[in-house]
Structures are given as structure tokens and as C-alpha cells.
Design a protein around this ligand. Structure first.
Ligand code: NAD
Length: 263
């Protein structure tokens, strides 16, 4: 059974074949959705176009989410192309590299503003722009990380941004619920992607999770894609404002057992 037959999904945040957005795109495509892609900067075009071709996607538009005119333009084009959409995927985050290493205390005012503008306000801006295209309801999904709730080394300002993103998910869910639009987040475990590479010590994080998570492994883009498929399909029609963990169970641990067993 195809879960998204006849549905149209606009996916923001595709950078390359490692992107979580790509895992989601593949799962949606496999389940019959018609897709549109948006990417951030001209340099990504040569990476995104072959991926679009692979899935037969012919709506591929550039959009820097910090620019209101870009957001307006991409949704104008989406209206012309799709008429309406059913699903919006927000898989976007950014912080300056110097704010993802060293002490949180040293986060600059501009670094703080940049991280929250790109990674959080963009969800509000894209949701507002998508609403007129979701006149008969829809589903919006964003991507978070456990650093929103608990301190993770070097995640720093991005942890603060993810906390604000999860709060924004709840406020948007309450605001858009009466319009039949659901808003949820997936809190994914660490996955090696372009963005993740910006977090100092990221490889160590992967090893730490692999040794301690209940499933004793990391997760991958396909697993996020499968949960996104559930959340954005009618199977999750009663679910909104939630943060769903796809993290091999890591977040349930209060005191992870170290690899060498305690006796
Ligand atoms: P990625 O680098 O593939 O994707 C991040 C995307 O954000 C890129 O496509 C980038 O171009 C886009 N972006 C940055 N600034 C932008 C702007 N101004 N305008 C438009 N787009 C912009 O990495 P990813 O890991 O797939 O990240 C996707 C989402 O998943 C992010 O929100 C990230 O925080 C979240 N996440 C990642 C992990 C992980 O370990 N990789 C874990 C949990 C959550």
C-alpha cells in the first residue's frame, strides 16, 4: 500500500545524498508522493539536480530562508506548479562554526541571532507561506536533536535553537490545528551529514551513541525517512505538536551504561 499516493510534498534542506531531506524524499517517492525540492545556495545546484532527476522531480527552486523575498518567490512558483500542497518538510539548520566548538559562554550576539534566524524562524516563515497552499489541511515536519533538552558537548547555540524549534513546533501546532494542519518534529540521533560535520567532535558523538544506545547502533537517513512517512501520512492523522525520537532509544537513558559493564 502506498501511503502518500496523490499527495504533494515540498522539501526544504536538500544539500546532497547524505542529507536527512534525501532520506525523507526517497521514502516519500517510494510511497507515491509528488515532490518539490528547495536548496539554499547556487553552489548546491550541481548536487541537488542529479538527485531530483533520480526521482523525476521537476520542481527544484533555490531559496535562502533568511530572505523574505526568496520565501515569497518559491511559494509563488509552488502555487503555479502544484496548486496546493499536502506536506512541508523543514530540514534546515545553520550556526557559525566557531559557535559549535569551545565554550557556550562565548557565543556572540550575531552568532546567536544567525543560528535562531536560519534554524528556527525559518520554520515559522515557511509555515506561514505554506498555509494558503494547504487549504484542505496538511502536515508540516521539522528536524530536531536531543541537544534541545540536555547539554551535549559543542552543540552549544544549536541546542538553544533546537529548544526554540521544538517550542515553535508546539505553538504552530496549536495555531494551525483549527486549519487542519498538523505540525510535528523528529528528534533524530546523530547522522554524518554536511551540517553535522560542523559540530566539533562529531565522530566521537557517533561512537558514544553506538556503544550506549538501547539498540547499540546509530540510526540513518532512511530510518528518519520512514518515520517522516508515518508522521506525514494519514496513519498519524491524530498526531500534532509532537517531538518523535528516531535515535535508537538514546534519549530514554538517564545514566547510560558504559560499554564495559558495571557489576
Ligand atoms: P544537511 O547539511 O544535509 O542539511 C542542512 C540544510 O540546511 C542544507 O541543505 C543547507 O543548505 C540548509 N540551509 C542552511 N542555511 C540555509 C538557508 N539560509 N536557507 C535555506 N537552507 C539553508 O544536514 P542534515 O543533517 O540533513 O540537516 C537537516 C536537519 O536535520 C537540520 O535541521 C539538522 O539540525 C537536523 N538534524 C541533524 C542531525 C544529524 O546528526 N545530522 C541530527 C538531528 C537533527
Amino acid at each position: 500500500m502506498k501511503l502518500l499516493e496523490g499527495k504533494k510534498a515540498l522539501i526544504f534542506g536538500l544539500a546532497n545524498q547524505r542529507s536527512i531531506a534525501w532520506g525523507i524524499a526517497q521514502a516519500f517517492h517510494e510511497h507515491g508522493a509528488e515532490l518539490g525540492f528547495s536548496y539554499a545556495v547556487p553552489q548546491l545546484e550541481r548536487r541537488v539536480m542529479p538527485l531530483a532527476e533520480q526521482l523525476g522531480v521537476n520542481f527544484v527552486e533555490i531559496c535562502d530562508v533568511t530572505k523574505d523575498e526568496d520565501v515569497t518567490a518559491v511559494f509563488h512558483k509552488a502555487t503555479d506548479h502544484f496548486g496546493n500542497i499536502d506536506i512541508l518538510i523543514h530540514a534546515i539548520a545553520f550556526a557559525e562554526r566557531q559557535d559549535l566548538e569551545g565554550r557556550f559562554l562565548n557565543t556572540s550576539r550575531s552568532g546567536f541571532a544567525t543560528a535562531l534566524n536560519v534554524s528556527v524562524y525559518s520554520l515559522v516563515a515557511l509555515s506561514r507561506a505554506a498555509k494558503p497552499l494547504m487549504a484542505s489541511g496538511g502536515s508540516i515536519l521539522t528536524l530536531s536533536y536531543y541537544g534541545a533538552e540536555k547539554v551535549v558537548p559543542h552543540y552549544n547555540v544549536m541546542g538553544v535553537a533546537k529548544a526554540a524549534l521544538e517550542a515553535s513546533t508546539r505553538y504552530l501546532a496549536a495555531d494551525l490545528g483549527p486549519d487542519g494542519i498538523r505540525v510535528n518534529a523528529i528528534s533524530a540521533g546523530p547522522i554524518k551529514t554536511l551540517s553535522a560535520a560542523g559540530v566539533a567532535g562529531f565522530r566521537k558523538m557517533l561512537g558514544y551513541v553506538e556503544e550506549r544506545a538501547p539498540l547499540r547502533r546509530n540510526i540513518d537517513q532512511d530510518e528518519v525517512g520512514k518515520s517522516a512517512l508515518w508522521l506525514c501520512s494519514d496513519l498519524a492523522s491524530g498526531v500534532t505538536g509532537e517531538v518523535v525520537y528516531v535515535d535508537a532509544g538514546y534519549h530514554i537513558l538517564g545514566m547510560p551504561e558504559p560499554p564495559e559493564k558495571w557489576e
